[in-house]
Design a protein around this ligand. Sequence first.
Ligand code: FES
Length: 682
Amino acid sequence: MNQISDPLIIFTPSGKRGHFPVGTPLLDAARELGVYVESVCGGRGICGRCQVEPQFGQFAKHGITSAAESVSEWSPKEARFVEKRGDLKEGRRLSCSATVQGPMVVEIPADATVSQQSIRKAADTRDIHRNPAIQMCYVDVEEPDMHKPLGDLDRLKVALETEWGFEDLLVSQHLIADVQKILRKGEWSVTAAIHQDLESSRPTLVSLWPGLKNEAFGISCDIGSTTIAMNLTSLLSGRVLATAGTSNPQIRFGEDVMSRVSYVMMNPDGREKLTNVLREALNELVGTVCAEAGITGDDILDCVFVGNPIMHHLFLGIDPTELGGAPFALAVSGAVHTWASELDLNVNEGARVYVLPCIAGHVGADAAAATLCEAPQAADEMTLLVDVGTNAEIVLGHKGRTLACSSPTGPAFEGAEISSGQRAAPGAIERVRIDPVTLEPRIRVIGAEMWSDEEGFAEAVKDIGVTGICGSGIIEVVAEMFLAGIVLQDGTVDGGKAANSPRIIEDKRTFSYKLWQAEGGPAITVSQGDIRAIQMAKAALYAGVKLLLDKHGTDRVAKVSLAGAFGTFIDPKYALVLGLVPDCEIENVKAVGNAAGTGARMALLNRNHRREIESTVREIEKIETAIEPRFQEHFINATAFPNKVDAFPRLEAEVTLPKPVVSNATTDGASGGRRRGGRRRV
Ligand code: FES
């Protein structure tokens, strides 16, 4: 091969390319081009984190031929690594050892750059390129010398500057007392964890281990008012090792966030109590994820938290009283960088915490994380992101302009304040279909993976029972009642149907629909009050969305992302039937899973994502629904079913719209019996 002095090297999948002198280690070439390749041992060939896969053959796309001789021969360093570790996959090379010899395509293996988590929720399958705020750095430190009076810690700092380029290093106070012991235990070879979030900030030595420490972990956590979800992720491979969730224990002080603010206002030690129970729950989750992954809290070096403004404040130990009323002033809206020890977290003593910025007084760090994940601000077309809890957090925009607001939907969408409502748990009705002719329902229950008219249903629910209706169930039953003509456009349960179906029951001066009743058990009904609660919630959500559409001067969206538990389980068709979201092509209405949790993990694994969301949040225009006069107008206009009738042409292929009911229809008696007449395709 004719040797070219500075051959072209192309890294895939990024496609980044550059010319490098023969003899350049591939690791150096990657770094120069900004291609992220991990290295803990600083090129000593002992950590194995820097693996790459040179590709050989003709690459017409890139216009080069990558020959086997384009990369240096197998080195003694690599041979020693294989001998000691024995885990270098075929075709892989240590980029700190393999050097450039000719033009070459070099693949960065997916397991070296991105998270490989692939779980059920679509949003969680995304690849997150790593560039964490924590770097693990193995160094050899000069041994003490009576003629050189430099202290042990100072010589460690010199080594970290010489070998890793960290100038002006800060040292976490807790390490100062231990540094001598650790250096001697490691026989002057140690691994330092360096935290540097902002590239302009001073790097900090946050932890130190004797010898090689070839792993580092982080947690990302979404603190919801109802549930808390935590992931444990390897900062070096990006893999999620454990996931855990729990109920927010603050519920015992108040079901929704405003009642918790009231508790703080009325009790002198209220804030402290709410903060303490929350941090205790977080520490329990830390214990759970660590046990599952077989590590200890000491291995966790970085933590990212998101939550709505009130959860955010209580977690940080801030009194949320100001968020209880206009002008809904946040104590701090920007991102918070602090030490885990300040927040009583049972993780490494030097671990850092990053809390995403809040967008506004009612649009929190959870919405910021969901925005980071779904990126409406980077979309070409108008994109709506909705995360519904007790408040709906709404972000609407595209590349040019993004707006956000929150809307007081109340807890009805979560099954609360509904007569037969309950949390999503085994026994809860989550899916409903109603025959428009017989008015007989079919249901699906969490924990029994079948419809009620399928064989074996009675057996499947024998132990769990059918106990109530959860959030997605209530949306479906109300939409189905509307489609079956049981509920009229103004939301009234049509008592005129009582003559045709025993399921329409008189209930004082109104009517209810009996959805289910097991033999000898209580009836699970949908009352007029339940319909009204859903009407109020959906009108509040729609009014918030409409307000943002008005500000944008449009009434159409190209894409709708439904986030959170609400978005995960709601069928987009029913969101359109009820008019929860504006008219949109049905295939563009998507459940995006726990977008806030994914956004938190993105910020954990890549500090560029932190800068990205900080700048996005600064640019988002915040709209306060409480002071917008048109909000009330939109709210009133949105209470009817459906508030936007022209949504229906899009749905005709999917659902059968209400038709006159055949008056002499008969039912087949048993609850949930198989229907007669046409079956909907919903
Ligand atoms: Fe550690 Fe290459 S950097 S083995």
